[in-house]
Ligand binder design. Structure first.
Ligand SMILES: *Cc1c(COP(=O)(O)O)cnc(C)c1O
Length: 329
């Protein structure tokens, strides 16, 4: 079910999961704001859960503690391109009667225990923003095996109207029914054409990203003060992001970020914990102390450049600059 952005896809998924006022959806504290915002679009309340300190993936044990009778769904995030612990989340969703939504915007092509992301949750969301693996300029998609949910999302992306222009043409009728309040979340044909040609390049791009990550792993192995996030053994990583911790903490991380910027290296930080954003603090009363692992990680994390055309010498330049930045005081 293709739409105009990853955010639109999340919005449609929240609608298909039946999220409405009084409903709660558990989301990770470390994600892009859209994971939580789309719960609020539906009138629901995002409940922030903590991440595992070593992977920054949503922690199933912490999620379980935050489930209440109002909880309707879990929206996990395959942070950086590493799949979450789907086995545990499936069990949790089944035992509590929750919908499992995967925000897999980072993880197109990733695998969990030999199964592709997209086949593991009730609803899986991808983004085709230019920063993601496959782009349509702007675009997104929900994949699901649930025919009822698919139908509802197709209505939702088309204003809440039960038939689209083509269906009316085929049925030789002008009649349509507005059955729900939807939005215009449609994607255009020329964006889809771009997406299809991009998709053919996905296997190659994944291979390149994994190769670059391996170079980073090797080069960073003997760099004290910098530690990459942990990669689990039962998954295949899609490497949307390569994230390290600057162990000395936030002042040093700022220095390293500035030093790299002066060297022409665009590092970044993914993400400021969403529960610390003013909107959530003011409207939902969230704040410091809610998700300690996420807050501690935020003091240290730094995303290094990673794009398919990067060469070994680009990686060496980044790591060499990192070494100098860590050594300087
Ligand atoms: C990119 C992204 C989104 C939003 O996708 P857009 O296509 O930019 O709307 C949502 N969640 C995560 C985790 C993302 O990385």
């Amino acid at each position: 079910m293709a739409v105009s952005s990853g955010t639109a896809a999340l919005h449609a998924a929240m609608n298909a999961a039946g999220i409405g006022p009084k409903d709660r959806v558990i989301v990770p504290a470390i994600t892009f704001v859209a994971t939580a915002n789309t719960v609020v679009y539906q009138g629901g309340t995002p409940v922030f859960a903590d991440v595992e300190p070593d992977t920054l993936l949503l922690d199933p044990a912490d999620v379980e503690e935050r489930i209440t009778p109002e909880t309707k769904a879990i929206a996990l995030v395959d942070y950086g391109g590493q799949p979450c612990d789907y086995g545990s989340f499936r069990d949790l969703a089944e035992s509590h009667g929750l919908t499992l939504i995967a925000d897999s915007c980072h993880a197109l092509g990733a695998e969990y225990r030999g199964k592709r992301v997209g086949s593991l949750a009730d609803l899986t969301v991808f983004s085709f923003h230019p920063a993601k693996h496959v782009t349509t300029g702007e675009g997104g998609m929900v994949v699901t095996e649930d025919a009822r949910a698919a139908k509802q999302m197709r209505v939702f992306r088309n204003h809440g109207i039960t038939s689209d222009q083509r269906e009316r043409l085929e049925a030789r009728t002008w009649r349509y029914e507005l059955v729900d309040l939807g939005h215009n979340l449609r994607i255009t044909d020329f964006q889809c054409a771009l997406g299809l040609s991009q998709l053919r390049r996905l296997p190659k791009m994944l291979e390149q990203r994994r190769e670059i990550a391996k170079w980073y792993d090797e080069a960073l192995g003997n760099l004290p003060g910098i530690s990459p996030l942990t990669v689990k053994t039962d998954i295949s990583h899609a490497y949307h992001l390569y994230v390290v911790r600057v162990e000395a903490g936030s002042a040093k991380r700022q220095e390293v970020f500035d030093f790299l910027a002066r060297k022409g290296i665009g590092a970044n930080v993914h993400y400021i914990p969403v529960h610390l954003q003013p909107f959530y603090q003011e409207l939902f009363g969230t704040g410091l102390g809610l998700c300690p692992n996420a807050e501690a990680a935020y003091e240290q994390i730094l995303t290094l450049p990673l794009f398919p055309r990067m060469s070994v010498s680009d990686v060496d330049y980044v790591v060499d600059s990192l070494r100098k930045a860590v050594a300087s005081s």
